[in-house]
Design a protein around this ligand. Structure first.
Ligand SMILES: [Zn+2]
Length: 258
C-alpha cells in the first residue's frame, strides 16, 4: 500500500481539521469540520474529492462544516451513534469497536467518553495514526463537559496503550498553553522541558505542534502520567488510584492561570 497523504488544516483560531488522502483508492476523508472554507481550499489545492467525513464529537466547532461539505462532495458523514441527533447530516452512526474503510485501510473506532459522553477516537491500523479529537491534546486533555473523572481516565488509559510510534493528531492547537500547566506540576521532567522549548519555537514560527508520538506524550503529558512521583508530590496525593490523581489534575487545570 502506498503511503497516506495527510494535511492538517487550521480553522478559526485554533481548531484543526485533518485531511487524509489514500492515493491508491483516490478516497479522501476529513476528521472534523470546524469550518468548510479552509477545508474546501485545501482539498482544491490538492485536487482531492472528499469521500468521508469523520466527526469525533458533537461540539459545534467540530461539525460546523458537515452540511456544506456533504452537499458539495456527496461525502458520507460518520460520527458517534450516541449523538446521532446532534451530528448534522449523519449517515453512519458508529460505536466502539466499529470500523471504517478508507480504500484498503481500516480505521478502528474507539469510544472515549469524558469530554462528551459520545466522544470517539479514530485509529488508522497499520499506519498507527490516531485522531484524538478533544479527548487528548498534546501536553493536555479536554475538559470534562459531560463525563466524570473515572470514565475520562479510562478513555485516556486506552489511548496511552496504543503503540509507542502512534502519531497523534487532535482537535486544537493548545500545546503552548498546556505546557505552562504541565511544567507547573512536573518542573523536574527533562523530557517535558525539552518538549516545551520545542513547542515554543514551533509556535514562534507559526508552525503546528502536531502530530506528536504517543511515546513522547507518555513522557511529557501530565494527564497520561498519574503514576509520576513528582506529580503526586506536587498535588500532595500519594496512595490514590490513578483516576483520582487524574481528576485532581483536571480540576487544577480548570482553575490554572499561567
Ligand atoms: Zn469539544
Amino acid at each position: 500500500m502506498s503511503a497516506l497523504q495527510i494535511r492538517q488544516v487550521l480553522c478559526h483560531e485554533d481548531n484543526y481539521a485533518v485531511i487524509v488522502h489514500d492515493p491508491e483508492s483516490g478516497e479522501t476523508l476529513v476528521v472534523d469540520t470546524p469550518q468548510a472554507a479552509p477545508i474546501r481550499e485545501a482539498l482544491e489545492a490538492e485536487g482531492w474529492r472528499l469521500t468521508h467525513i469523520l466527526n469525533t464529537h458533537h461540539h459545534h466547532d467540530h461539525v460546523e462544516g458537515n452540511a456544506e461539505l456533504k452537499e458539495l462532495y456527496g461525502a458520507k458523514v460518520h460520527g458517534p451513534a450516541h449523538d446521532k441527533n446532534r451530528i448534522p447530516g449523519l449517515d453512519a452512526a458508529l460505536r466502539d469497536g466499529d470500523g471504517v474503510s478508507l480504500g484498503a485501510h481500516r480505521i478502528d473506532v474507539i469510544a472515549v467518553p469524558g469530554h462528551t459522553l459520545g466522544s470517539l477516537a479514530y485509529f488508522i491500523c497499520g499506519e498507527n495514526i490516531l485522531f484524538a479529537g478533544d479527548t487528548l491534546f498534546s501536553l493536555g486533555c479536554g475538559r470534562m463537559f459531560e463525563g466524570g473523572a473515572e470514565q475520562m481516565w479510562h478513555s485516556l488509559d486506552l489511548l496511552r496503550h496504543l503503540p509507542e510510534d502512534t502519531r497523534m493528531y487532535c482537535g486544537h492547537e493548545y500545546t503552548l498553553s498546556n505546557a505552562a500547566f504541565a511544567l507547573s506540576v512536573e518542573p523536574g521532567n527533562a523530557a517535558l522541558q525539552k518538549r516545551a522549548e520545542e513547542v515554543r519555537k514551533l509556535r514562534e514560527k507559526g508552525e503546528p505542534t502536531l502530530p506528536v508520538t504517543m511515546a513522547e506524550e507518555k513522557a511529557t503529558n501530565p494527564f497520561l502520567r498519574p503514576e509520576s512521583e513528582e506529580i503526586r508530590k506536587s498535588l500532595g496525593l500519594h496512595a490514590l488510584e490513578n483516576w483520582r490523581v487524574f481528576g485532581e489534575l483536571r480540576q487544577m487545570k480548570d482553575n490554572f492561570k499561567a
